[in-house]
Write a protein that binds this ligand. Structure first.
Ligand code: ZN
Length: 242
C-alpha cells in the first residue's frame, strides 16, 4: 500500500469514509457487486479495506464464492462429463475449480479442441442436447428418455452413447470401425494393463466408469489429442439434422 500521505492512499481512504457517511463511491459499487454474486453473496465489511490482510481476506472470500457457484453449476445432469464428484475438485477451492485444464494445451488442433470442448460443455449436435432445446407441439419438454438415438433407437443419444455404445447406421460400420481404431490407439499408447483397463472402462455399461476413462485421456499428454480427434470424427457423424 502507498504511504499514508500519498495521494492514492488519501483518495482510497476518502472513498471508504464517504461510503461510511452514506455517500455513493466506488466502495458502494463494490459492496453492491459483492452482494450480487450469484448463490453465494459476499457481505462487505469495510474495515477489511483498511489493511492488506483485510483486502487479501476479501479476495479469498470472493474466490471461494465463485468456486462454490461454479462447482454447483457443474453438478447438473446436463453436464455429465464435467460432474465434479468424480474429478479432483474441492467446492471452495478456486484453484481446483477454475484452472487451466491440461487438454487446452495438449490438444493443439483448434478444430479438435473445439469439438472436445463442445462435447464436455454439452454444446454439441447430439440428441440429448438438441432435443432438450426443442419442445413438442403442445410446448411441453421432450423427456430425456425420449431423445432417442437417430441410428440405433437407444433411449438417449448421449455423449457416452455416441462415443462408446452406438452401433451406428445399419448400412455402415463407420462408427464402430472408427471406435475400434481409437481403442487400438489407446492400447498402443497406454501399454499393458493401463490400456486394457481404459478399453474395459470405455466398453463397460457403467457411465461413471467410462467418464473416469475420459478424464484419464484428458490428463494424458498423448491420449488427449487422440481422444479429441476421435470426438471430432464422432460428432461429425452426428450432425444437427434432427
Ligand atoms: Zn445409437
Amino acid at each position: 500500500m502507498q504511504g499514508v500521505n500519498h495521494f492514492v492512499n488519501l483518495a482510497f481512504r476518502d472513498a471508504i469514509q464517504m461510503h461510511a457517511n452514506g455517500k455513493r463511491t466506488w466502495v458502494t459499487d463494490l459492496e453492491t457487486a459483492l452482494r450480487r454474486l450469484p448463490l453465494f453473496p459476499v457481505i462487505l465489511d469495510i474495515t477489511e479495506l483498511g489493511s492488506v490482510a483485510g483486502i487479501d481476506s476479501l479476495i479469498d472470500k470472493v474466490q471461494k464464492s465463485c468456486a462454490q457457484f461454479l462447482h454447483q453449476s457443474l453438478n447438473t445432469e446436463r453436464l455429465p462429463l464435467l460432474k465434479p464428484d468424480i474429478r479432483p475438485m474441492v467446492s471452495t477451492s478456486f484453484q481446483t475449480v477454475l484452472c487451466l485444464r491440461k487438454y487446452l494445451r495438449t490438444v493443439r488442433v483448434p478444430a479438435h479442441r473445439r469439438a472436445l470442448l463442445s462435447l464436455l460443455c454439452a454444446d454439441h449436435s447430439l440428441g440429448v442436447e438438441q432435443l432438450r432445446r426443442r419442445r413438442y407441439p403442445d410446448k411441453s419438454r421432450i423427456p430425456r428418455e425420449c431423445r432417442i438415438c437417430r441410428y440405433c433407437g437407444a433411449p438417449t443419444e448421449t455423449e457416452i452413447h455416441a462415443l462408446f455404445r452406438c452401433e451406428g447406421p445399419e448400412e455402415s460400420n463407420m462408427i464402430t470401425d472408427r471406435r475400434l481404431k481409437f481403442m487400438e490407439r489407446v492400447e498402443q499408447i497406454a501399454i499393458g494393463a493401463v490400456g486394457a483397463d481404459l478399453v474395459a472402462r470405455c466398453t463397460s455399461d457403467t457411465d461413471e466408469s467410462t467418464i473416469i476413462a475420459i478424464h484419464f485421456f484428458l490428463e494424458h499428454d498423448d491420449l488427449a489429442p487422440v481422444f479429441a480427434k476421435y470426438v471430432y470424427d464422432v460428432l461429425k457423424t452426428f450432425p444437427i439434422s434432427l
